[in-house]
Design a protein around this ligand. Structure first.
Ligand code: A2H
Length: 270
């Protein structure tokens, strides 16, 4: 990483019924969980969304009247940047930007735990709606504190979903029904072909090959991430969507621009 700011794409995951109790005061409004991603071209493979159970979130009103659920830290950053949603080619300042102060429109704190099991619509995903699940390795001081899950290409995402699928007691701990995980199979998004290996679901492939069995397996996960991220960007070729057949390094910008143009994403720099 360089010294310049990181450009994240915030994907707008719309909250749908059954409406979470903690968001009751904004029921009926356009409410989005907004995960930060560096890999917008992988959004075809979304199977769920992750929050930190013990993390603190808020619901922050945007200039267009919609509401973003994210960390307060990210809401403040967004307020200072103004909306970079370029659907009309213009600069739309966030209503939240008032003397550097942002205030959640939902009274009290929203714990990640309160969002678990909520259903959201994920743009480009093959699944109609996906669910909010726990990820204990989320950092609240990075991005928005919300992560969208692409188990085909992100080892952290794969192992956390795998654990929830395999361990009923883990689901019980968080009050999650089997429906929130059972039908969400890994979706191939891009092919990585090197001299040694080829896979259409490289994170799943490497997690299995390295016998990663827990999200606490930090060393092995690091290895899986190093391998898949490096090759994903430089060698990956899209398998699905409008840019099937295109190199990942080119598709990344194209999908990012499409998501911004359709109003399904905004940019966030930090
Ligand atoms: B990426 P960087 Cl398919 N805590 O999106 C932990 N991880 C976070 C986070 C947070 N607060 N905010 C974002 N992230 C994840 C997709 C993806 C990502 C794929 C492959 C690689 C990849 C699907 N998850 O990231 O440390 C998000 O996961 C490779 C690094 O800020 C985000 O992009 O540079 C990435 O980490 C941002 O990581």
């Amino acid at each position: 990483e360089g010294v310049g700011p990181q450009e994240y794409v915030l994907i707008k995951l719309r909250v749908v019924e059954p409406w979470p109790e903690v968001l009751e005061s904004v029921r009926g409004r356009e409410v989005y969980l907004v995960p930060a991603t560096l890999r917008p071209e992988t959004m075809y493979g979304q199977t769920n969304c992750y929050v930190l159970p013990e993390g603190e979130y808020g619901a922050f009103e945007q200039a267009d009247g919609s509401v973003f659920v994210c960390s307060k830290r990210a809401a403040l950053g967004l307020a200072h940047q103004g909306s970079t949603n370029q659907h009309d080619g213009g600069f739309v300042p966030y209503a939240a930007a008032s003397m550097g102060v942002v205030k959640s429109v939902v009274p009290g704190t929203i714990k990640g735990r309160d969002l678990l099991g909520a259903a959201v619509r994920a743009p480009l995903s093959i699944y109609d709606a996906v669910y909010v699940l726990p990820l204990t390795t989320i950092s609240m001081s990075k991005g928005t504190g919300v992560v969208t899950s692409v188990p085909s290409d992100a080892p952290d995402d794969w192992i956390a979903l795998h654990e929830l699928k395999e361990q009923p007691e883990l689901r019980d701990k968080y009050g999650l029904s089997e429906d929130t995980v059972a039908k969400f199979d890994v979706v191939p998004v891009l092919r990585i072909e090197t001299e040694e290996w080829v896979s259409d679901v490289s994170a799943a492939y490497w997690c299995e090959k390295l016998e990663i069995t827990s999200s606490k397996d930090a060393d092995k996960l690091k290895k899986a991430k190093d391998i898949t991220y490096l090759h994903g960007f430089s060698k990956g070729v899209m398998l699905v969507g409008k840019y099937a057949g295109t190199k990942v390094s080119e598709a990344k910008v194209l999908v990012r621009n499409d998501l911004l143009a359709s109003g399904d994403a905004v940019l966030y720099l930090e």
